[in-house]
Write a protein that binds this ligand. Structure first.
Ligand SMILES: [Zn+2]
Ligand SMILES: [Zn+2]
Length: 277
C-alpha cells in the first residue's frame, strides 16, 4: 500500500495535470484514497492562486470524480488554505491544509515559495538581510493555523527552507530561528494539528530531503506530535514522489505511525509497517 496523498494541485490552480489525471495517477501509484487541495484564492494580486470563481468549478469536478472513482478509491476535495485568505469559506471542503506562502510586510506580500532569486530579493528588500527576522515573521504567521479549527493539517511547516539546503538564506540553527519554529510548533501541537512531511521541493529539484527538517521532526516526536505525508504534487508523475524517503525519515525520527484521513475530517493512525513492501 502507498500512503495517502492529500496535498496535490491540478490545472484548476497552478498544477500541470487535470484533476482526473491526478486521481488516476494516485490510483496507479497504489493509494486507496487521495485528495486534491485547491490553493485558496488570495485577497491580493498574485500569479499562482486561482480566483474565487474557481472554487465552485473545483468542488463540482471533485464531486464528479468522487462518484466516478467510488468503487476503486475514495477521492476527497480539499483546500490548501493560506492564512492570508481570510476571505474564503472553508465549509464546503472535506479537509483543510493550513499553509503560509507570503510574508505580510511593509504593505506588500512577498512570496517565500517562488524561487531562490525571489527569496534573496525578499530578504534584501524587506529585511535588510536579516533572515532571522524573516523567519520569525514566517513562523508567527504559520502559528495562525492553530487558531483555524477547520485546518487539521499544517502544510510544509518550514517552507522557507525550500531553497536552503546548502544554508544559502536561513540559519536553521540560530537561536532566533529555533525559538520561532519551536513556538509555532508548540502552538500547533497544542491545537492538535497534524504536520505534513512534504516532498514537493524534491520533485522540483530544490531539495534532496523532505521538510520539516530532521531536527524539527525529532522535536515534534518528543512533543508527541502527529505526522502525515504530502507530495504537494503539481503533476501526475509526482503524486507519491519520494514517499519511500519520507517514510524512512519519519521512522528514523522515532515515529511509529502516520495519520491518514478515512472520511471527511476524520483521521486515523496507520502503523508504518503497513507500507512495507
Ligand atoms: Zn503550499
Ligand atoms: Zn501545495
Amino acid at each position: 500500500m502507498t500512503p495517502q496523498n492529500l496535498h496535490a494541485h491540478s490545472t484548476l490552480d497552478d498544477g500541470r495535470s487535470t484533476p482526473e489525471e491526478m486521481v488516476r495517477a494516485s490510483l496507479s501509484a497504489g493509494m486507496r484514497s487521495c485528495g486534491l487541495s485547491l490553493h485558496s484564492p488570495l485577497p491580493f494580486k498574485n500569479d499562482w492562486a486561482p480566483g474565487m470563481e474557481t472554487v465552485e468549478v473545483f468542488l463540482r469536478e471533485m464531486r464528479h470524480l468522487a462518484a466516478a472513482f467510488a468503487p476503486r478509491m475514495a477521492v476527497y476535495a480539499g483546500i490548501e488554505w493560506d492564512v492570508l485568505s481570510t476571505n474564503v469559506d472553508l465549509a464546503p471542503f472535506d479537509y483543510v491544509i493550513g499553509s503560509v506562502h507570503h510574508l505580510p510586510v511593509d504593505g506588500a506580500n512577498p512570496s517565500v515559495d517562488e524561487s531562490p532569486e525571489a527569496t534573496a530579493d525578499l530578504l534584501a528588500r524587506y529585511f535588510v538581510g536579516d533572515a532571522d527576522a524573516a523567519a520569525a515573521l514566517y513562523f508567527s504567521e504559520l502559528q495562525k493555523v492553530a487558531a483555524q479549527p477547520r485546518a487539521q493539517i499544517v502544510g510544509h511547516f518550514d517552507l522557507l527552507t525550500k531553497f536552503n539546503e546548502r544554508g544559502a538564506f536561513f540559519d536553521e540553527e540560530s537561536p532566533v530561528y529555533r525559538r520561532a519554529a519551536a513556538r509555532a510548533m508548540e502552538a500547533l501541537v497544542e491545537a492538535d494539528k497534524i504536520f505534513e512531511v512534504n516532498t514537493g521541493a524534491i520533485s522540483r529539484g530544490y531539495r534532496t530531503s523532505p521538510y520539516p527538517s530532521r531536527v524539527l521532526l525529532e522535536q515534534l516526536r518528543r512533543m508527541d506530535g502527529r505526522v502525515t505525508l504530502g507530495s504537494d504534487a503539481h503533476s501526475a508523475c509526482n503524486v507519491a514522489c519520494a514517499f519511500d524517503a519520507a517514510l524512512r525519515l519519519v521512522r528514523d525520527c522515532g515515529f511509529r505511525q502516520i495519520w491518514q484521513m478515512v472520511s471527511p475530517g476524520v483521521f486515523e493512525p496507520v502503523a508504518l509497517e503497513a507500507f512495507e513492501r
